[in-house]
Structures are given as C-alpha cells and as structure tokens.
Ligand binder design. Structure first.
Ligand code: PEP
Ligand code: MN
Length: 416
C-alpha cells in the first residue's frame, strides 16, 4: 500500500509495463499529450458518479453488470453501423438478463477508447524478419511493415477523435434505445409516454497512462480528479503490480475501476490491491473481473471470493470468460469455444453460490457483426469457418448469435 501524495502524473515515478518506449520523436509525443490535455472531456463527472452509484447497487446484490465490446477497436472497422450493432446487442442481452434475474442491468461498453493492447510478445518474426508487435491502432499499425509498426503519436489524436465520434453515436442511440427495446419486448406502444433514455456507459483498459493523465481533470463541483476518457477504466492482468504505475494512477481517480484477476492472483495480493484502490470502501468503486479459464475457475476463484467476503469491502464480482479460454485452432487461428466460455461462466455462478457472494457481472469480447472468430453457437461455427469473417484486430469475439445464446444460458443459470 502506498501513502505518498497522488497527482495525475505521480505514476511516472513508478515502474510501468506495456507503455511504448520506442516513439522515435519524444518531442512530438509530448506535444500530442499537451494537445490531448486541452481537448474536451469525453465523459462528464456527473455521469461517472451515476455509474458508481449503479455499480454500488450491483455490489449490494440488487443489480447486474453487463460489460462488453471489441477486444480492440480499430480505425478500419469504425462505422455508425458497427457501433450501433454492438450497442443494440448489449441492450438485447441486457433485456434477456433483466427478465431472468429480475433486477436492473448496468450496461457498459468496451467502446469509445478501447484501443491499446498489452501483447504477450513484444516482437513478431515472419520469414526471418523481426518487427515490434502490433499494439493497437492507437499505437501502431497492424500491417507487417517496419514503418507501420513504429509507434506514431498522431495515432493518439486519431483515437481520441474516433472515440469522441463513437461517444456521440452512443449518446444518440441511448436516447432512442429505450423505445426500441420496449417495442422489441412488446411493451409500451410508441404513442404512450415519454421516451426514456437508456443509461449506457463506456469503458476501456487504462493502459496508456500518458493519455489517461492528459484526460484527467479536476471536477469543479467536488474537487475530485476524474479521468474523462471513459466512465469506467480497468487495470489489466499484466499491469496489476501493487508497486507499479498503473495501480498508482488508478488509485487517485474518482471513476469506478475494474481489476482483472487471473489464475496467479493470491488472496493476499487481492486484499492489498483492494486496500490501495478503494481504501474508503466506497460501494461501486471497485469491480473485480475474474479471468481464470474454464479449467481453473473452480480451483482459483473460491479463495479470492472468500477473501473479499472476509475483508468486507463492497466489491462487484464479475467474470471475464474470454481471456483464460483462448487457444490456437489447428489451422492457426486464435480462437475460443463458446462451450468453454459458458463453462467458465457456470463455474463462476456455482462458486459464487457456494461462497455466498453475488455473481455481479459479465465481461465479454463481442460484436454485433456476424463474424466467425469463436467456435460453436447456434450456427456451430467450426475451425473451417474461421477464415470466412475473421475481422478482429486482436482477440476473437463472440458474434451476435453466440452472445445472445450466452445471455439466455446465463439467464437460466441465474434463475436456478
Ligand atoms: C483484455 O481485456 O483485452 C485483456 C487484455 O485482458 P487481460 O488483461 O485480462 O488479459
Ligand atoms: Mn482481449
């Protein structure tokens, strides 16, 4: 735990991982950071506080969190239709879960800023040529070419502007969304009553701390620091070191934050992180996102849940059944099977029931597009089908059919 003074830049004195250190022109990078600091906020402190309150309800067992979207947003796949597809899919899944669980569903997109990726391998070798790995469109390009793979600070600005446009689309859809959903579910004819906007929030992994710092502003109403790049930010499995820069940055912002909890996390690590990230035990402040793999959830999760129950701090427990269940298909595609994804979610529900903990949420990589990236589902995507529509810029996503099937199965599981 750390008691030293916090500032939006105090993370710079700590060790950090996965932030590029190979920009060819550091002056150009600094100029872009200064420009980002002058650009308008993408979200408002008031909205951030509303999400924290909604997540507080989840922590109390009175609501459920649905968080999902692309593994990595990209410049190429950006369109109003794609944003709408993912937005509407999240709403449909939330509808299924609301009716089954009998409680409100808090809807959070991995959207409008989910660009930067921590890669397991820093370099990639092809035909004897070694280049830096692709790290997301906000850093470098996917093409296997030395110039493309060199980090370019202009990409930070392009990602900001795309996020702002995405935010605008999401706000527009959210205004229309509720009538769409109620019509879909056969309630409330159009003529009746006022349109109620959907509460929809944005999130991404807070990986590029230089960007997050630039977007962090003091709120005039409360004096607190808000990271205005998204409503919710999370700390990835690879950057959750207690003495590292990512934990340092995240402990000072008022936003709700997520913490990925993988198979190597021990109860002691978790308790120290909780005490550092949410020392005052504010409900809705901290969401723990388990990501163990279907074969490890039963072994690793019980003692972490037992530790949070004993500790008493109000956390949301959510499950990411994607990142522990990735494998290479026989034809080389990185994929995931819906069966294993479902098995991890069911394992999560069982462990939560046994530990007396509210199974509070679901964290998914998914898209409204009809992609063939994960195996199984209603149309039983096979290894041979993967090459048909494999569009992801990083990890394989569930398509709309697979996501809805998952929502129905989870709804069943929540019921029993
Ligand atoms: C992710 O959510 O895309 C990710 C990289 O997850 P994790 O940090 O859990 O591996
Ligand atoms: Mn991913």
């Amino acid at each position: 735990m750390t008691n030293s003074p916090w500032s939006p830049s105090s993370w710079r004195a700590k060790p950090v991982r996965y932030i590029p250190d190979d920009y060819p022109d550091l002056g150009a990078l600094a100029r872009v950071e200064a420009e980002l600091a002058r650009l308008p906020p993408l979200v408002h402190a008031e909205e951030v506080r509303r999400l924290r309150e909604a997540l507080g309800q989840v922590a109390e067992g009175k609501a459920f969190l649905l968080q999902g979207g692309d593994c990595a947003e990209s410049f190429k796949e950006f369109s109003a239709a794609n944003v709408r597809g993912t937005f509407q899919l999240l709403l449909q899944m939330a509808g299924v879960l609301t009716f089954a669980g009998g409680c409100p569903v808090v809807k959070v997109g991995r959207i409008a800023g989910q660009f930067a990726k921590p890669r397991s391998n820093a370099t990639e070798t092809l035909n004897g040529v070694t280049l830096p790995s692709y790290r997301g469109d906000i850093i470098n390009g996917m093409e296997f070419d030395a110039r493309e793979r060199t980090p370019d600070p202009q990409r930070l600005l392009r990602a900001y502007h795309q996020s702002a446009e995405t935010m605008q689309l999401v706000r527009d859809f959210a205004r229309e969304g509720y009538t769409d959903l109620t019509r879909l579910l056969g309630h409330r004819p159009e003529s009746e009553g006022a349109v109620r906007p959907v509460d929809f929030f944005t999130s991404h992994e807070a990986l590029l701390l230089n960007v997050e710092q630039a977007m962090t502003r003091a709120d005039e109403a409360t004096g607190g620091w808000y990271d205005t790049s998204a409503h919710m930010l999370w700390i990835g499995e690879r950057t959750r070191q207690l003495d590292g820069g990512h934990v340092e940055f995240m402990r000072g912002i008022q936003n709700p934050i997520g913490l990925k909890c993988g198979p190597t996390m021990e109860p002691d690590d978790l308790v120290r992180l909780i005490d550092t990230l949410n020392p005052q035990g504010i409900p809705g402040k901290l969401t723990l996102i388990g990501r163990f793999g279907s074969d490890q959830v039963a072994a690793r999760l019980p003692r972490l849940m037992a530790a949070t129950r004993r500790h008493g701090s109000p956390v949301v427990w959510s499950i990411d059944p994607m990142h522990g269940n990735t494998h290479k298909a026989s034809n080389g595609y990185k994929t995931r099977s819906l069966e294993r994804i479902l098995a991890e979610v069911m394992g999560f529900l069982q462990v939560a029931a046994a530990e007396g903990v509210h199974p509070g949420g679901l964290h998914l990589e998914m898209t409204g597009q009809d992609v063939t990236e994960c195996l199984g589902g209603p149309l039983d995507v096979s290894e041979d089908d993967l090459s048909d529509r494999y569009h992801t810029h990083c990890d394989p996503r569930l398509n709309a059919d697979q996501s809805l099937q998952l929502a129905f199965r989870v709804a069943d599981g929540l019921h029993t």
